[in-house]
Structure formats: C-alpha cells, structure tokens
Design a protein around this ligand. Structure first.
Ligand SMILES: CC(=O)SCCNC(=O)CCNC(=O)[C@H](O)C(C)(C)COP(=O)(O)OP(=O)(O)OC[C@H]1O[C@@H](n2cnc3c(N)ncnc32)[C@H](O)[C@@H]1OP(=O)(O)O
Ligand SMILES: CC(C)C(=O)C(=O)O
Ligand SMILES: [Mg+2]
Length: 515
C-alpha cells in the first residue's frame, strides 16, 4: 500500500463531541479520553477550543503536555485573539496544530459573519498567515463548505494554501450533503485549485441526515486523506461521523476501501464505554460496532448459523474491537441448537425427552420474560431434572387474592395421568394453594420450610421457591421456579410431596435427609 493511501484519523470528541448539549467533561475526564485516543493510535486529537474558557484552555494545554504520540490541535475562529490563545495552548505539545475556521457559505456570510466574500478572503489570508507564524502545522476549515458555491470555495481554499495551511478541511457543517455531492466537491476543488497537492484534504461530516459516515468515505473517494470523527458519533445536534464505524469500515471492506489507518481497533469498545460514561450519553443498543447488541444474536436461525460458522452472520470478529465474544442471547426467538449449546455451557447433559420438555418450558418462559438469563435456564433445567417421572404434576393454577377477602386458589393437578381440579380458600393465596393440593392429594405431612428468592433481578424475575415437608420422621425438600411466585410455590410443594411419597415407599431403615 502506498503512503498516499494512509488515512489520518482526526478525533474531535473533546471539541465537537463536547459541543453536544449536556456532554461537558471535566479536566480529569478529558485527560482520560485523550490518553485512550493516544494509546489507540489516533493521529490528531482536537483537544478543545482554547478561547472558549479558561477550563478549555487548561484542558488543551494539559493534554498537549501529556500526550506522547498524537498531534494535539486547538480550535480558533478567524480572529487573532483566538489564534494566539490556541497557539499558546498547544505550545507544549510534541506536535501541535492550530485549527482555524471561517464561514464561506452565502447564508453564513450574510447573516452570521455580516461580511462580503472579498472580506472573508482577506480574513483567510490574514488569519492563516498569523497561525502559520506561530506553528508549522495549520489546518484551515471552510465552515458550511457544502453550501458554498464551488467557485468561491476554490478561491478560499487557494488563499488558505497560499497563506500556509497544511490541511484543508471542507466540513458538511449542517449534515446536508449526499455522498455523490460530497465526493464531487473534493474532486473539483483538488482539480481546480493551484497547489492543491500541497495540502492534505479533510472531511468533517455531521449526521443530521444519518449520512455522516457514508459522506466521510465518499470524501475520501474524492481525494480527502484526513477524516474528522468522534467516539460514539458524539457531536453537535445529531453528532459527527463515528470513529469506530469509520475505522471498522476501512478494515472490514479493504477490498473496496484500499486505505490504511493507524487506529488499533481493540481499543474501540473501551473508548466507547469511557466516552459514554464521561459524557453521560448512553450508547444505543443497536449502535454499529460498539452497541450492546452489535455482536449479540437472539434469533434461532442466526444462532444456528453462528454455531456452525461465525461468518454466516458476523462480518467482524468481536475480539477485534475489544468485545470478549459473540453472545447468543437466549430469548423467545431462540431455537433448539442454541438451547442445547447453552445447556452444554452450563454443564447439563439431559436426554432427548427431558430436553424437549425443558425447551418447551424455556419457550413459555421466554414468552413471559424479557430477558432469560443463565440462572433462569439453570432453575428451569434443575426443575425439569427434579420433576422427571413424578407422580403428581401442576397443570394449572388460578389465584384470587387481595384486601378484604380470603385468598382463593383453583388448582388442577395431574395425578397418575388423571386431571383433578379443586377450589379452596386459605389465609392468603399461598395457603389457599397448599390447601387445594391437600384436598386433591390428602396427606398428613407438615410444612417445615417455605422460602422464596428471586433468580435474577427485575420485576419479571423468576421466583425460586423451596418447600420442605416432614412426615413420620422423614422429610423431603422440593424446588419450583416460575415468574409467578404462586405457581413456583405450587411446583415446589408438589415436588417435595412427590419425593416424600417416593421415600415413604422405601424400606424403613433408609435415613431420609433434606435434598
Ligand atoms: C461548526 C462549529 O462547530 S463552530 C464551533 C462552535 N463551538 C463553540 O461555539 C463553542 C465555544 N464557543 C464559545 O465559547 C463562544 O461562542 C466564544 C467564546 C467562541 C465566543 O463568544 P462571544 O464572543 O460571546 O460570541 P458569540 O458566541 O455570542 O457569537 C459568536 C461570534 O463569533 C463570530 N464568529 C463565528 N464564527 C466565526 C469565525 N469562524 N471567525 C470569526 N468570527 C466568527 C460570530 O459572527 C459572532 O460575532 P459577533 O459577536 O461579532 O456577532
Ligand atoms: C469548526 C468546524 C470544523 C466544524 O465543527 C464544522 O464545520 O462542523
Ligand atoms: Mg462540526
């Protein structure tokens, strides 16, 4: 690959990213972000806008002093005081850059700058020249370049290069461009501006129409070799192009994007988490590369494919971006292949009939529960194993409970293949349920333990109930799990009762212990 195919990654999380309303970071937080950006191999870190406040100045200066590898840039308007302040802030950097910008579009010139085209051309020559007197590395940006007539933009770029700008950034400030337009803008400027080859061209895209990454790559196809982007796509309004998406697009599609960049992708997940934590902006679950679901699969057909060969449904390896492993999330869309794999992971080997029963109960559970955790599956399988071959089974339970009346339970049990239903009251719904059991299966066992605990967190968590029954010096403990505590209680009671009955049919000399 030739040197011209190198893409320079310019991260502006600490400047444009911080401009997101509510994303302000403290000095300490900015230092942490700068450190990881430097470690991951970002070429240029835009550390802030030094004239904006003393805090911003201090952050840029500190980052400039501490950063080992990356170029440190400070932003400045086309105003002497801004440029001098930026120069002062990056003075201590191994490699510093002043990034100065001015509007070029008619709407900005008329309404914001209140300047003519000729005045702005003079300002460019003057301010880029001033920056260049302070430092060798000067970037000039044409704010709102994509809404600027191409002839005038050519003259502005020419003036900036002539005054000493080494990087020319043509931002899509308001996220208005389409990929073809953006590519064509770079092609035209590079073809028409004298000495265009003396500068590196740069893209800076906003995501107002969701095109920031596509536009950035289109700009590169048009000849740009620097990409300005942010971690998690943080930035003004809908944000900037996301660094992690750019880096992984270049790596993953090297067949059609023949460029190299020096960012080590293993840091991407860690950087994303850090920026999310310090900015307070959560990362959406389905965000490309760094979203919680970017390497997670729930549907059976995809899980089946993943188990056979990960490339069936994944175009990147999770470990390449710092994610430990693909996760096969168990849920209502999962199939038998994934369920069996999960059971193996959890250390269960069960026969085909028990497997089918457990799978059916898992599907029922997943229909009722948003997240099915490993603990849920463990509870379900333990229950399946424990109740295999049992004489009595819970078929249905309806409970009426509340203030002002006794609890009522309508219970159907399968006893040796016969379904029997009884309605009973009690001191609360659990007492009513246990009374119904006693009515269907009369017995003299005493309840000596009743315990409930939640298998996982959340209001839809499964309850795991333990029940211990004692009779004639023998005891048996049963467990039941369900999202409904009352159903879990009935199952636990029945499980204990089945065991007690089984034990009572064994010879007397066998000592019975709690299971
Ligand atoms: C596309 C971008 O992301 S641009 C960067 C945006 N980022 C920020 O604005 C964050 C930091 N900004 C700030 O802290 C403040 O806006 C400051 C310190 C820069 C300026 O504050 P103030 O002097 O109070 O001005 P205010 O912000 O109200 O208005 C901006 C002024 O800068 C002018 N201006 C805007 N861009 C430029 C530019 N590139 N070059 C020169 N002047 C500019 C505006 O025309 C306006 O000037 P006016 O006061 O003569 O009308
Ligand atoms: C300051 C410039 C580069 C900018 O952020 C933009 O135009 O979006
Ligand atoms: Mg911007």
């Amino acid at each position: 690959m030739s040197a011209q195919d190198q893409i320079f990654i310019f991260d502006t999380t600490l400047r444009d990213g911080e401009q997101s309303p509510g994303a302000s970071m403290t000095l300490e937080e900015k230092l942490q972000v700068a450190e990881i950006l430097d470690d991951m191999g970002v070429d240029i870190i835009e550390a802030g806008f030094p004239i904006a406040s003393n805090g911003d100045f201090e952050a840029v200066s500190e980052i400039a002093k501490r950063t080992k590898r990356s170029v440190i840039a400070g932003l400045a308007r086309a105003i002497h005081a801004d440029i001098d302040r930026a120069g002062e802030a990056v003075r201590h950097a191994e490699r510093g850059r002043i990034h100065t910008f001015v509007s070029t579009s008619p709407i900005h010139l008329e309404h914001q700058m209140k300047k003519t085209e000729a005045q702005v051309l003079d300002i460019i020559t003057d301010t880029v020249g001033r920056a260049r007197n302070l430092i060798d590395d000067v970037e000039w940006s044409a704010m709102d370049a994509t809404r600027t007539p191409i002839e005038y933009l050519c003259r502005c770029v020419e003036a900036a290069i002539r005054a000493g700008a080494t990087t020319i950034n043509l931002p899509d400030t308001v996220g208005y461009a389409t990929p073809d337009e953006y590519k064509s803008m770079f092609e035209q400027i590079r073809a028409r501006v004298p000495d265009a080859d003396k500068a590196i061209f740069s893209v800076h895209c906003h995501n107002d129409l969701g095109l920031a990454v596509a536009n950035s790559l289109a700009g590169v196809a048009g000849g740009a070799r620097q990409i300005e982007c942010t971690i998690n796509g943080l930035g003004e309004r809908a944000g900037n192009a996301a660094l992690e998406e750019i880096v992984m697009a270049i790596r993953t599609r090297s067949d059609v994007l023949p460029y190299s960049c020096s960012v080590e992708p293993r840091y991407l997940t860690r950087a994303s988490k850090l920026v999310s934590a310090v900015s307070g902006f959560p990362v959406q679950f389905n965000k490309a590369i760094v979203g919680k679901n970017a390497f997670a699969h729930e549907s059976g057909i995809h899980q089946d494919g993943m188990l056979k060969n990960a490339e069936t449904y994944e175009i990147m390896r999770p470990e390449d971006v710092g994610v430990k492993a693909t996760s096969l999330v168990m849920g209502k869309h999962s199939g038998r292949h994934a369920f069996r794999q999960k059971l193996e992971e959890l250390g269960y080997e069960i026969g085909d009939n028990a497997f089918e029963d457990a799978f059916r109960r898992f599907k029922d559970l997943a229909d009722r529960k948003k997240h099915v955790y490993d603990e849920d599956i463990e509870a379900l399988v333990e229950n399946e194993i424990a109740t295999q071959g049992e004489q009595i089974k819970v078929i249905a339970l309806t409970v009426i409970a509340g203030t002002g009346s006794a609890g009522k339970a309508i219970l159907t049990l399968d006893v040796d293949g016969r379904h029997e239903t009884r309605e009973c009251t009690g001191d609360g719904p659990i007492d009513a349920t246990f009374n119904a059991i006693k009515t269907i299966v009369p017995h003299d066992a005493r309840l000596s333990l009743y315990q409930v605990h939640a298998v996982t967190e959340g209001t839809d968590a499964q309850a795991e109930v333990s029940v211990r029954l004692e009779s004639n010096g023998r005891m048996a403990t049963g467990k039941g799990a369900d999202t409904d505590t009352l159903v879990a209680s009935a199952r636990a009671y029945i499980s204990a009762l089945n065991r007690l009955i089984a034990r009572q049919s064994k010879p007397d000399h066998q000592e019975l212990k709690a299971v």
